[in-house]
Design a protein around this ligand. Structure first.
Ligand code: PLP
Length: 388
């Protein structure tokens, strides 16, 4: 029985070339990068070279700095909480107002909830049934004390792409000093992105979504943007993130992005075409299914689909028996019975949400995998619908 992995939005396997680089790093760089003797200096050089590679991937030039973190979640926490703390410190404890969307990952939403609990004012902008956000609603929500707007680049559950270039351009027109942050965890590696195109002050990434190691992430911070650290201790990461650096994780990010830079065009062409094939075979092959999210503006690697009359958990269980890995809602919600907040925000009814499954493909998915998966999904859906 083959195992067909269709959950690349949850995490990606480590690329073998990244793994080789990581093993090499672990073997040959044992020093503490803060030490001044040779072993420390060698590790420090590796980190700074990795930082330069990440900056180059993002077309950051000398516009800002990369801060390495432990995850996408930590990058997001540092960006949002760090900027709110800095605002309060620099504005004599004035209450900050921050804006986001209702379909963000919990790393953003729960950071907002935390900041609300310590007095920040918050606004959540909703989406329509196609996952689209009204830009005027965002700009209309900006107040005199608005300090930050955080809107994700692509949704992890539906793959819906947000027009972040337009959004942040309009935000800046209304209030130049609002800090613009984007959670790009699902964008990097799945779509083209350049800091030259989007007026961002900060953006967050996660290594394990683009074939690097799990447990490492990065935050881009533009020069002049004030943030306070949220982890206190040593002076690592430009004084913004204390703790001895995860050298292997950092190297894995740099290596994965260097690889991506070379293969991105071909990889995206292949995955997008495979995504369309997957979509067509599913929709022509099975009746009573609905695509969740945006049918046009979405990452083509992601298919979030509701199967009429089928509970997603039962279908996932059956698919697992056929060797297929996929998820209901986002992976980070796994194990909880609550309905996906993302699909609820689209206004879908409970039945549609309870029958939603997210399939996400990537670097190692083949057309044979798609064919096998479609036939297994058909069998599983038929079995559950007929009760046989
Ligand atoms: N943001 C988005 C859109 C995500 O999909 C995820 C993970 O699924 C995160 C943030 C959190 O990233 P990490 O798992 O590195 O903490």
């Amino acid at each position: 029985m083959p195992r067909i992995y269709l959950d690349y939005n949850a995490t990606t396997p480590v690329d073998p070339a990244v793994l080789e680089e990581v093993v090499n790093t672990l073997k040959n760089y044992q020093g503490n990068p803060s030490s001044v003797y040779e072993e420390g200096r060698a590790a420090r050089i590796l980190i700074e070279d990795s930082r330069d590679l990440v900056k180059s991937f993002l077309d950051a030039g000398n516009s800002g700095e990369i801060i390495f973190t432990s995850s996408g979640s930590e990058s997001i926490n540092l960006a949002i909480t760090g900027s709110v703390y800095a605002y309060m410190k620099n504005n004599k404890k004035k209450v900050p107002h921050i804006i986001t969307s209702t379909v963000e990952h919990h790393a953003v939403l729960n950071t907002f909830k935390f900041l609300e609990s310590i007095g920040a004012e918050t606004t959540y902008i909703g989406v329509n049934e196609f996952g689209m956000i009204d830009i005027e609603e965002i700009t209309g929500a900006i107040r005199e004390n608005t300090s930050l707007v955080s809107i994700m680049g692509a949704n992890n559950e539906t793959g819906t792409l947000f027009p972040i270039k337009q959004i942040f351009e309009e935000v800046k027109k209304v209030k130049e000093d609002v800090i613009c942050h984007s959670d790009l965890v699902q964008v990097i590696g799945k779509a083209h992105f350049s800091l030259k195109d989007v007026p961002l002050d900060m953006c967050s990434f996660s290594g394990h979504k683009f074939y690097a190691l799990k447990g490492c992430g990065a935050l881009y911070v533009k020069k002049g943007v004030n943030i306070e650290p949220i982890i206190h201790g040593g002076h690592q990461e430009r004084g913004l993130r204390a703790g001895t650096e995860n050298i292997a994780g950092i190297v894995s990010i740099a290596k994965a992005l260097s690889l991506l830079k070379n293969i991105m065009n071909d990889e995206l062409t292949r995955i997008n075409s495979l995504g369309s094939i997957f979509h067509d075979k599913l929709f022509y092959g099975i009746e009573g299914i609905k695509l969740n999210g945006n049918p046009v503006n979405r990452l083509k690697n992601t298919l979030n689909v509701s199967f009429d009359g089928v509970k997603s958990e039962t279908l996932l269980f059956n698919l697992d028996l056929y060797g297929i890995s996929a998820s209901a809602g986002s992976a980070c919600n796994a194990g909880t019975v609550s309905l996906s907040h993302v699909l609820k925000a689209h206004g879908y009814d409970a039945k549609r949400i309870e029958s939603a499954i997210r399939f996400s493909i990537g670097r190692y998915t083949t057309e044979d995998d798609i064919d096998y998966a479609v036939s297994a999904i058909k069998k599983g859906v038929l079995k559950l619908r007929t009760g046989s």
